[in-house]
Design a protein around this ligand. Structure first.
Ligand code: NAD
Length: 473
């Protein structure tokens, strides 16, 4: 059993859920009991909101440089504890610990937003005679981040860092599947210097998330998770206080591989995209459109690249693919492999292995309307389609309700940019899949993959309200 403090982190103190409810964490690799974690109910949610509400005005009144100092200190602690965070996530959701640098990546996110928070500026205008007009940016107040299990630490950082840099307080609701890395990290919140109530960590499942999304005194909610839950959160917000909502949702990301692409490089990039974190990645390239003339050689190269993944204990070096995060997730992958067997042809893999592991799998000859091709699997399963013509490839890529990520492989720069422009998605990789950094660019989805943007140079904007002041002179 883990030694991590698994009670709720409210007002810089640990407290068991008032109703005494807990939930179990089971290691998906060996079925062992990892921890019992407190599950926040209504009283706990109210206590956290009250603490957040009381603390936030003093936090907002600090100089940006003072907030930044605390954030940078927290970033250092995150960096230092990267291996411990990776080991905890390996135990709870099977992600290989070796090479998991979510801690250092998340530290960079805190550093980045610490810097942005030192430069929050509004505008002024003298265009209206008799007035000096000012526009200032102010925090929302109490904010909430509800996060998924597939990248617990970076999902936390993507929300907490900009929220507090902008002068908000934030309550993070961890995922019931992977709360331990953030439970562990909570001990460094006070140590870094965050006052009580500024970053609070609540554990619990959908019910806890629902209490937060319906809460009348929460003014902004940023959610990362499935499209289905995103819809429920939007409805909850509409029915309560119409809190500002940002949604980062699911995907069914397409990749086009043209006949002039470097086949081996494209195949190894696509293999990594669908195999990394056992395919449990929102931007995983799960639909591949390959030019007819290179189809067979590409399938062969992709199978070879997929064969490089090493199944094993996620805590051991050498393991590059762990099990699915839990039995429920494994059952979903199994279901979609079943659909693929009915609707198409297995070109590689396809076998369930023991302990929630799956062989990376390639399907071909799957109709475009098949559920395997339209729905998010969240496992190492890819569908390959043939195309002959650029317009056809673009039309097929865009024939999806999702629009989170897409990629194009070609050595023709004109074509790469022309195609990237026409793909209906929030991000497009050119000769690469899946890189996301918080610092350079905004991230988010088109269509049913999301609403609003996070990250990038304007990443503080979603956490700030504008106020216009009309000053008569
Ligand atoms: P999920 O929607 O099941 O759960 C996400 C979070 O929402 C969890 O903390 C859960 O407890 C909470 N929740 C569940 N029901 C709720 C409700 N009714 N009200 C409020 N909160 C509720 O998603 P998941 O299985 O944890 O994560 C996988 C999904 O997340 C995939 O669809 C994936 O594509 C998506 N995802 C998207 C991004 C992105 O940036 N777009 C990143 C990572 C994951």
């Amino acid at each position: 059993m883990s030694k991590v403090e698994t009670r709720l982190y409210i007002n810089n103190e640990y407290a068991a859920a008032k109703a005494g409810e807990t939930f179990l964490i089971i290691n998906p690799f060996d079925g062992s009991h990892v921890a019992d974690v407190s599950s926040a109910g209504e009283t706990d949610v109210d206590a956290a909101v009250k603490a957040a509400e009381e603390a936030q005005p003093r936090w907002a009144a600090l100089a940006g440089t003072e907030r930044a100092k605390i954030m940078r200190c927290f970033a250092e602690l995150l960096r230092k504890h990267t291996p411990q965070l990776a080991q905890l996530d390996a135990q709870v959701m099977g992600r290989p610990a070796h090479g998991n640098t979510e801690g250092t990546g998340s530290a960079a996110i805190f550093d980045y937003y610490a810097g942005l928070g030192e430069h929050v500026h509004g505008t002024s205008s003298l265009l209206t005679p008799g007035f000096i007009n000012l526009s200032v940016k102010q925090p929302f107040g109490v904010t909430v981040g509800i996060i998924p299990w597939n990248f617990p630490v970076s999902s936390f950082a993507f929300k907490a860092a900009p929220a507090v840099a902008a002068g908000n307080s934030i309550i993070i609701k961890t995922s019931e599947k992977a709360p331990l890395s953030l439970a562990y990290l909570s001990q460094y919140i006070a140590q870094a210097g965050f006052p009580p109530g500024i970053i609070q960590i609540l554990h619990g499942g959908g019910k806890t998330g629902q209490l937060l999304s319906e809460h009348m005194r929460v003014r902004k909610l940023s959610f990362t998770g499935s499209t289905q839950t995103g819809r429920a959160i939007l409805i909850a917000s509409a029915k309560s206080n119409m809190k500002n909502v940002t949604l980062e949702l699911g995907g069914k990301s397409p990749t086009i591989v043209f006949e002039d692409a470097d086949i081996d490089k494209a195949a190894s990039s696509c293999a990594f995209s669908i195999g990394f974190n056992s395919g449990q990645v929102c931007i995983a390239s799960s639909r591949l459109y390959v030019h007819d003339s290179i189809h067979d050689s590409f399938v062969e190269a992709l199978a070879k690249a997929m064969g490089q993944f090493q199944h094993g204990n996620p805590l051991e070096a050498g393991t590059t693919m762990g099990p699915q995060a839990d039995q429920a997730q494994a059952a979903i992958v199994s279901k979609y492999i079943g659909i693929g067997k009915e609707d198409g042809v297995i070109a590689y893999g396809g076998q369930d292995t023991k302990n929630n592991f799956f062989q990376p799998t390639i399907f071909t000859d799957v109709p475009h309307g098949s559920r395997l091709n339209r729905e998010e699997v969240f496992g190492p399963v890819v569908v390959i389609h043939r195309f002959n013509d650029e317009n056809e490839a673009i039309r097929l890529c865009n024939d999806s309700e999702y629009g989170l990520y897409a990629a194009v492989f070609t050595q023709n720069v004109d074509r790469a940019l022309r195609v990237a422009k026409r793909l209906e998605s929030g991000s497009v990789g050119v000769n690469c899949n899946s890189p996301v950094t918080a610092n350079d660019l905004p991230f988010g989805g088109w269509k049913m993959s999301g609403m609003g943007r996070e990250n990038g140079p304007n990443g503080l904007a979603p956490w700030l309200e504008d106020k216009s002041m009309y000053v008569k002179v």
